[in-house]
Design a protein around this ligand. Structure first.
Ligand code: GAP
Length: 514
C-alpha cells in the first residue's frame, strides 16, 4: 500500500468511526472546515489535557488563561498581522487553480530529496550487503548534481522570502519548470500577497460598525493580558502563560485533510524571560517539547527539527517540530523566540506601560518571549497517523486497530456480557457504573464477541472486558488487550488497578522528567 492510499484509508476511517466529519456535510461541506464526532472529541480533549497538564500542572511557573476570540482591532496592527500576515499566491491561468508560491517551491525541493533517495535505493539493490550509504552519498556524481541544484534553489528561495521578492519567487517556479498538477502547464500569473485574516463587523448598525478580525493566533490574547496575570498572580520572571483556543486563517490552499484548516485550534505558551537569556530558554523549550512528543512512543526517528528559512516578522530564532506524516515530514509545532516585539508594540499602540520590575537587578524592562505553539488538529492527525494499523491475523482475517497510547484513547474500557441473559448484562452494567466516574466506558451486548472486539479495535479501546458464566460464580472477568489480543482472567478489583495504571497520564508525564 502506498502512503497516499494509506492516507485515504485513514480519512475514510476517521469518518466511518465517528472521529471527523466534513463541516455541514448535508450541504456538501465547507472547504477546510471539519467537525469532530463522538470519538474525535474525546481524543481531542485527551490531547488537550496531555498538553495543558504538562504545561500548567507540572510547572509551578506556568499558569493558564482563556482569552476571547474577538480582540480590539488595534491589537492586530500592533502585532503586525494587518501589514505582514500574508502568503504569496500564484494562479495557473489554464486551470484557474490557486497555489501558494512558497509551497510549490518547497514541494519541488522535497521532490529532489525523493530523487536522491531513489538513487540510494537503486544503488543498494545493485551493491547488496557491501553497500555503504554514506560513501555513496558523498561520491555519486548524480546525487551531487541533484543536491547542488536543490541547494541553489533553496538559497534563492530563502533570499526571496526574506526580501519579500515576489518576482524572484515566480522566476524560481519558472526556472524549476514547476507545472500545475491540474492543467499540466507552466502558464503562471505573477505572485501576489494575500492577507490571511478573516474580518467581520462588530456593532448593530453599519455606520457605527467596527471592522474586527477573527484571531489568527491565540498568542495575542496572552500578550495583552501579560500585566493582568503577572500582577494578580504575583508572577516572577521567568514565567509562562498557556492557552488553548480557536484560531482562524483564510488559507489559500487548504490541503491534506485537517493538516491545514481555516478554523483550527492552537495550544500556545508564551514564556517571559529576562532579555539576553532568550536563546538559552529557546533551546530548553526545544528539548522539552521534543520530549513531550517522543513520550507518546511513536518512534524517535519520526520527529525532526526544521529551522525556518524566513523568520516571521516577530522572531529572532524559530524552528518547527516536524512529524513523519503519510505525506512526508511536516510541521506540527513551532518554537519561536519572539524577542520583545509583541509587548513593545502593544506598549506603543496602547500608550500603556507594559514592563516588569526585576527585583534582582532593580530594573524595569519589557520581557523577551519564547513561544511554543502547536495545532491541536495537527497533533490529532499525528496521533491518528501513528496509531492507524492494519494487521493480518491467523486464519486469514484482517483487523484495523488504532494503537493509541492508553491515556489518549477515546474509550478506555468496553464491557461486554457474553450473552444477553443469565444475569450477565446486570453484572456488566455494574462494572460500567463503577468505572464511569473516572473513565469513558462503553457497554456493548450486540453481535458476537469477536465482532465486538473488532469494533473496539477500530476506535482504539485498550481494554475489552468480558462477563461470562464464570464471572457469576467467582467474580472474575476476562480482559482482552487491544495490541496483543492476549486475554487473561482477573478479579474486578484487579481490572480497576490495571486500567488505572495503563490509562493514567502519570505514565506519560514520568517520561518528561520535569
Ligand atoms: N503564534 C505563533 C503561530 O501561530 P504558526 O507556526 O503560524 O505560529 C503554530 O502556527 C501552529 O499552529 C502550527 O505549528 C500548526 O500546528 C498550527 N496551525 C497553523 N496554521 C494552521 C492551519 N491552517 N490548520 C491547522 N493547524 C494550523
Amino acid at each position: 500500500m502506498t502512503q497516499e492510499e494509506l492516507f485515504k484509508k485513514l480519512i475514510a476511517h476517521c469518518k466511518e468511526y465517528g472521529f471527523i466529519f466534513p463541516s455541514s456535510e448535508i450541504y456538501d461541506g465547507l472547504g477546510a472546515v471539519y467537525d469532530y464526532g463522538q470519538n474525535g472529541v474525546e481524543l481531542k480533549n485527551n490531547i488537550k489535557r496531555y498538553w495543558w497538564d504538562s504545561m500548567v500542572k507540572l510547572n509551578e511557573n506556568i499558569v493558564g488563561i482563556d482569552a476571547a476570540i474577538f480582540m480590539h482591532p488595534r491589537t492586530w496592527e500592533a502585532s503586525g498581522h494587518v501589514a505582514a500576515f500574508n502568503d504569496p499566491l500564484i494562479d495557473n491561468k489554464d486551470s484557474k487553480k490557486r497555489y501558494r508560491a512558497d509551497v510549490l517551491i518547497e514541494d519541488w525541493m522535497a521532490k529532489q530529496d525523493e530523487k536522491i533517495q531513489k538513487e540510494v535505493d537503486k544503488a543498494r539493490k545493485r551493491f547488496g550487503d557491501a553497500f555503504d550509504e554514506e560513501q555513496y552519498l558523498a561520491t555519486s556524481p548524480r546525487v551531487a548534481d541533484i543536491a547542488a541544484k536543490r541547494d541553489a534553489v533553496h538559497k534563492r528561495f530563502a533570499d526571496a522570502l526574506n526580501n519579500s521578492d515576489l518576482a524572484e519567487l515566480k522566476q524560481i517556479i519558472l526556472d524549476c519548470e514547476v507545472v500545475c498538477p491540474i492543467s499540466g502547464t507552466r502558464n503562471w500569473t505573477d505572485v501576489r500577497q494575500f492577507n490571511l485574516m478573516f474580518s467581520t463587523q462588530m456593532g448593530s448598525t453599519a455606520e457605527g460598525a467596527n471592522t474586527i478580525y477573527l484571531r489568527p493566533e491565540t498568542a495575542q490574547g496572552i500578550f495583552v493580558n501579560f500585566l493582568n496575570v503577572q500582577k494578580t498572580g504575583r508572577m516572577k520572571l521567568p514565567f509562562g502563560i498557556a492557552q488553548i483556543g480557536k484560531a482562524f486563517r483564510n488559507e489559500i490552499v487548504a490541503r491534506q485533510f485537517i493538516f491545514r484548516m481555516r478554523e483550527f485550534e492552537q495550544m500556545e505558551m508564551q514564556f517571559f524571560v529576562r532579555p539576553g537569556t532568550e536563546m538559552e530558554w529557546w533551546n530548553k523549550w526545544k528539548e522539552t517539547r521534543m520530549a513531550w512528543h517522543r513520550a507518546l512512543g511513536f518512534g524517535d526517528d519520526n520527529y525532526r527539527f526544521h529551522d525556518h528559512d524566513k523568520l516571521a516578522h516577530y522572531a529572532n530564532a524559530a524552528t518547527d517540530v516536524e512529524y513523519n506524516f503519510p505525506f512526508g515530514f511536516k510541521e506540527v509545532e513551532g518554537i519561536h523566540s519572539r524577542t520583545d516585539f509583541d509587548l513593545s508594540n502593544h506598549q506603543k499602540f496602547s500608550g500603556k506601560k507594559i514592563q516588569y520590575f526585576d527585583p534582582e537587578t532593580n530594573e524595569s524592562y519589557v520581557p523577551y518571549v519564547v513561544e511554543t505553539s502547536i495545532g491541536v488538529d495537527r497533533m490529532f492527525l499525528q496521533v491518528m497517523s501513528a496509531a492507524y494499523t492494519e494487521e493480518k491475523l491467523e486464519g486469514g482475517d484482517q483487523r484495523v486497530v488504532l494503537k493509541f497510547p492508553a491515556a489518549l484513547a477515546p474509550v478506555k474500557v468496553a464491557v461486554l456480557p457474553l450473552v444477553k441473559k443469565d444475569g450477565m448484562p446486570e453484572v456488566a452494567r455494574k462494572i460500567v457504573d463503577e468505572l464511569k466516574y473516572d473513565y469513558n466506558v462503553v457497554y456493548d451486548e450486540k453481535d458476537s464477541v469477536g465482532k465486538r472486539y473488532r469494533r473496539q479495535d477500530a476506535v482504539g479501546t485498550p481494554f475489552c472486558v468480558t462477563v461470562d458464566g464464570q464471572t457469576l460464580e467467582d467474580g472474575t472477568v476476562t480482559i482482552r488487550h487491544r495490541d496483543t489480543m492476549a486475554q487473561e482472567r482477573v478479579t474486578v478489583e484487579e481490572l480497576r488497578r490495571r486500567v488505572d495504571e495503563e490509562c493514567s497520564y502519570r505514565k506519560l508525564f514520568k517520561k518528561l522528567s520535569l
